[in-house]
Structures are given as structure tokens and as C-alpha cells.
Design a protein around this ligand. Structure first.
Ligand code: SF4
Ligand code: SF4
Length: 350
């Protein structure tokens, strides 16, 4: 059972916003992905953002805190610290997490785990709904090779994961702790061992998925590893019990863009480490997909601007899917909204 509904969208639980969309009213996005930095201490072989070379850019503390206050005042319901870099490389991220959470926003974080020291866990876990740690392998040599890091970092990262579980238990937190593993030809033999290791640490789940292939990257995985390594993945599923889950995104490679417009853009936006507010994660650092910049305007000013509305309309109605990842962050809501927009006749005969 996917109690988080990780593999689908949750728009039907936001009927007020769906109604505004149907009535063509202006509304603020339900969710933002926040790139507090584009810097990263890892160089993962498969990173979706390798083509942007992880520039040393942090959103300044004041800008980040003002952003949290602004978006809570206009009703943004959730934010996810992730994107081009390791969020904890920005020293202001922990404070931003607590400010957002105290203002009523649901906050989540993706991290490579290497900087999730004990003190950081104590400081931020109470304010996070969930955390997802990206881990490509359990074994030392493979981990270091695939993440582009050192043996000391491998050791520290797994120690941090154990600490997170301890902090969660000590503080009686509900924060969901998960690991995400992207399937690569290089790590498929490590799948079962990794799942067992993550379970033994005390995390809540591990999820396996194919990588997102950005068209501008040089490293791509085109074959369906879910099929090729089905047996290994099924062995990993054997360890599911009432305390630990294994999610496998079995159908992801069979998914197609069944829509011809990108209708989800008004619901999810991306804040980038350059201060830009972008349509989506596939087009960061591309000025033609940038609504405006937080160094010049607040998020709410950007969102209500004519430029933002025109760009949303243009990018929604005439998307160039050749420039897009097959399965992007908006995919599930795009599918849903496309179907929802085609109201059948005799709709009241449910
Ligand atoms: S840790 Fe994340 S952001 Fe950093 S290189 Fe790896 S995948 Fe990219
Ligand atoms: S379909 Fe393309 S334009 Fe639309 S959100 Fe996905 S990547 Fe962006």
C-alpha cells in the first residue's frame, strides 16, 4: 500500500484550487520546489543537473526568509527543498525550514545525507513532514564511485542516517524518513543489500526508480532497468513488513505524455538558486522559462505579474516536449488535469 500516494497526484484533495482553475481565476501555486543552492559536495554520475555544473550559488538568508513569509501569506501549501544542489550547503536552509513550518507550510527536504549531522537533525527534523535521502549503493567502493565522493563521506552519511532515526525516536517525531535509489546499470546488483541496510537502519521506506534523463546531460540510461533487473527488485520487495516499505516505480518507463498541453504549470513552480522563479525543473537557468527574479520582486509580485501569466499560458498551451524529461515533476498532475478538462456529456449521470 502506497499510503503516501507517491506514485500519483493529490489534486483532488484541493477542490478549492481546482475550482479556481476551472473558473480561470488567478491562484497561487499549491507547491514550490526550492533550490536554496546550486552547489553540491557530490558529483553523482546520474545527476539531472550535471549539465548546469553545480555553480557555487546560495540564496541569501534574508531573501530566503522573506520568501518563506511571503509564500505562507499567499497560501502556498507545501515546499520541497531540493533541485540543483545539496540544500544543506546553504547555511540558511535550516532556519528557512523552521520559519516556513511555523508559518503553516508543509515542508520536505531532499538531501544526499552527508551534511545531516546530529545537530542538524535535531534542529530540522521536527519541522519536516518527510526527508528523502538519495543513495545509489550500500557498498563503499560503489557508493564512492557513483556519488563521486570519498570513503570518509560514505561513512559519515550512513552514520547520519542512523542518527536521524535516533533523533526521530528520541523526539517522538512523525517525520517520514526515506531513501531514494535511482536504478543504473552500475548499481543493480546492490539493490537487495541496500534495501536491507536501509531497513536495518530504521528508515520507513526505500524507493527505486529509473533516472530522469535531461536532454542536455551526457550520461543517459535508455534501457528499462525495471524489466532487466526485475528479479533483484522483487527480492528487495520481499523485505516489506508493517514498519518498512519498498516502493518500485514499475510503470514509469511505460508512461507516456497522454496530454498535449502542460496544464499543471499554475500549480507547481520552481525557485532556483539564481533567485529566478521558473516554470519547471527542466528549464532552470533558461531565461525564456523564468517568470521573474526574487532579487527584484517578491514571489507574490512575480506571480501576479502580467509576465508570469503570459508565460504560464504560452508554456502551458504550446509546450515543446522535445526539451522535456519524459516523466517530469508535473507529469501526474498534467495527466489528471488533461482528463479533467475534457468534460464528457451527461456528466451528472455519475
Ligand atoms: S547529491 Fe543530488 S544534487 Fe548533488 S550531485 Fe548528487 S544528485 Fe546531484
Ligand atoms: S511537460 Fe515540459 S514544460 Fe511542462 S512541466 Fe514538464 S518539463 Fe516543464
Amino acid at each position: 500500500m502506497d499510503k503516501y500516494r507517491m506514485l500519483d497526484n493529490k489534486l483532488i484533495w484541493h477542490p478549492d484550487i481546482l475550482n479556481k482553475w476551472r473558473n480561470k481565476e488567478i491562484f497561487f501555486p499549491l507547491h514550490l520546489d526550492i533550490g536554496a543552492t546550486s552547489d553540491c559536495n557530490f558529483r553523482c554520475i546520474h545527476c539531472f543537473y550535471n549539465y548546469l555544473s553545480h555553480k557555487h550559488r546560495n540564496l541569501p538568508r534574508e531573501l530566503l526568509i522573506n520568501l518563506m513569509k511571503d509564500i505562507s501569506s499567499v497560501g502556498v501549501r507545501s515546499i520541497f527543498f531540493a533541485s540543483q544542489g545539496e540544500p544543506l550547503k546553504n547555511p540558511a536552509t535550516p532556519e528557512a525550514i523552521s520559519v516556513a513550518s511555523k508559518s503553516g507550510i508543509d515542508v520536505a527536504l531532499s538531501s544526499n545525507g552527508s551534511l545531516f549531522y546530529h545537530e542538524i537533525s535535531k534542529e530540522i527534523l521536527p519541522f519536516l513532514k518527510w526527508v528523502r535521502i538519495s543513495v545509489l549503493a550500500a557498498s563503499k567502493n560503489l557508493y564512492c564511485r557513483l556519488h563521486g565522493t570519498t570513503e570518509d563521506t560514505w561513512k559519515q552519511t550512513f552514520k547520519n542516517l542512523e542518527d536521524m532515526v535516533k533523533v526521530k525516536r528520541d523526539l517522538k517525531l512523525k517525520t517520514t524518513l526515506g531513501v531514494q535509489t535511482c536504478l543504473l546499470p552500475e548499481n543493480c546488483d546492490d539493490i537487495e543489500a541496500l534495501a536491507i541496510h536501509v531497513k536495518n537502519i530504521g528508515f520507513d521506506y526505500i524507493t527505486f526508480r529509473p533516472i530522469s534523463n535531461h536532454p542536455k546531460n551526457t550520461y543517459h540510461v535508455k534501457e528499462d532497468l525495471l524489466v532487466k533487473f526485475k528479479e533483484n527488485l522483487q527480492k528487495a520487495e520481499q523485505i516489506i513488513d508493517n514498519k518498512f516499505n519498498v516502493f518500485i516505480r514499475w510503470n514509469l518507463y511505460q508512461e507516456e505524455k497522454t496530454y498535449s498541453q502542460c496544464l499543471g504549470l499554475p500549480f507547481i513552480a520552481f525557485v532556483n538558486a539564481d533567485g529566478g522563479v521558473y516554470t519547471c525543473g527542466c528549464h532552470l537557468d533558461e531565461s525564456e522559462y523564468c517568470y521573474g527574479n526574487l532579487y527584484e520582486q517578491s514571489f507574490s509580485e512575480i506571480w501576479l505579474s502580467k509576465k508570469r501569466m503570459e508565460l504560464t499560458k504560452k508554456a502551458s498551451e504550446t509546450p515543446d516536449f522535445r526539451q522535456c524529461d519524459i516523466i517530469c515533476r508535473h507529469h501526474a498532475i498534467n495527466k489528471f488535469l488533461w482528463e479533467y478538462s475534457k468534460e464528457p456529456e451527461h456528466v451528472n449521470f455519475i
